[in-house]
Design a binder for this molecule. Structure first.
Ligand code: G1P
Length: 288
């Protein structure tokens, strides 16, 4: 089985739901406590053994490139002042560990992934949607990588949502399950509640075979008039193994303001440095 060495991070979205915060700043740079969302996704990838991070960016997203670069003036000033630089360690992606490619038009997630086809080449690869903030031990992608080592092929992470929420997501038709691994019999992007085959949604982590790029090449527009990754994946079912991994951990939808605030509160409470004072303040709130 070929090792998964590369991951694609589609980060070209405009982030209109967070305006005006995202007018001049990529939504992926919004911090949960003191790390930008994109940093958590990269950390999760590293933990799973991914070596090369491929960012599919767009205009106005250069802050992401700066974030993962060496900040020479900052580092020099900090070290001259005797400050600890270890806080910057996770932000360093050397030239061999990252690549940037632009999605020039907002044609959908499937199109964004297709923009990375030359860098992916003929290898299986991972995808991370950084809005989906997954907190687990081990992380979501590591859990998927363990499943990949058992079943190979294509894998997506799934989790249950209330039935009335399925229309915002890609939904699976589940087959046989063994432990946390479920066979995928069908996939549908943003179905009507009454048409949804289950309440198991695709939660933003994928391990796919490179063949999906060839399917995407010819993919017609789907839900929302966009080229959908889900539609391309659906065409691979039956031709290659396709499984879902039920994520064991906490998930926050940081594409949504309430989910983003919840993530900040949850992570702040878990931090030994600021947790106690945040908790003390929360206890003073009258929630009625
Ligand atoms: C995308 C995918 C969808 C998935 C979702 C997870 O949708 O197309 O299948 O369930 O991310 O957040 P989007 O949120 O871009 O509309």
């Amino acid at each position: 089985m070929q090792k998964v060495r590369k991951a694609v991070f589609p980060v070209a979205g405009l982030g209109t739901r967070f305006l005006p915060a995202t007018k001049a700043m990529p939504k992926e740079m919004l911090p949960v406590v003191d790390r930008p969302l994109i940093q958590y996704a990269v950390d999760e990838a590293r933990e799973a053994g991914i070596e090369q991070m491929i960012f599919v960016t767009g205009r106005g997203k250069s802050a992401i490139e700066d974030h993962f670069d060496i900040a020479f003036e900052l580092e020099r000033t900090m070290s001259d002042r005797g400050k600890d630089l270890s806080v910057l360690e996770p932000t360093r992606l050397g030239p061999g560990n990252c690549a940037y490619v632009r999605q020039q038009e907002p044609l959908g997630l499937g199109h964004a992934i297709w923009c990375a086809r030359d860098i992916i080449g003929d290898e299986p690869f991972a995808i991370f949607l950084p809005d989906e903030f997954m907190v687990g031990k081990p992380g979501c992608m590591k859990q998927m990588m363990d499943a990949y080592n058992q079943v190979g092929g294509n894998l997506i992470s799934v989790l249950e949502v209330p039935h009335d929420k399925v229309s915002s997501y890609g939904v699976i038709a589940p087959g046989k399950a063994q432990g946390n691994i479920t066979q995928v019999m069908g996939l549908v992007e943003k179905p009507k509640v009454e048409d949804a085959p289950s309440n198991l949604i695709i939660s933003g982590r994928y391990i796919l075979q490179p063949d999906v790029m060839r399917v995407l090449e010819a993919q017609e527009k789907g839900a929302g008039g966009e080229i959908q990754l889900t539609d391309a994946m659906a065409q691979m079912i039956g031709k290659q193994p396709f499984h879902a991994v039920t994520f064991d951990g906490d998930r926050y939808d940081c594409g949504d303001k309430a989910g983003f605030i919840t993530a900040n509160i949850a992570l702040a409470l878990a931090r030994p440095d600021i947790g106690p004072s945040v908790k003390a303040w929360l206890k003073t709130i009258n929630l009625d």
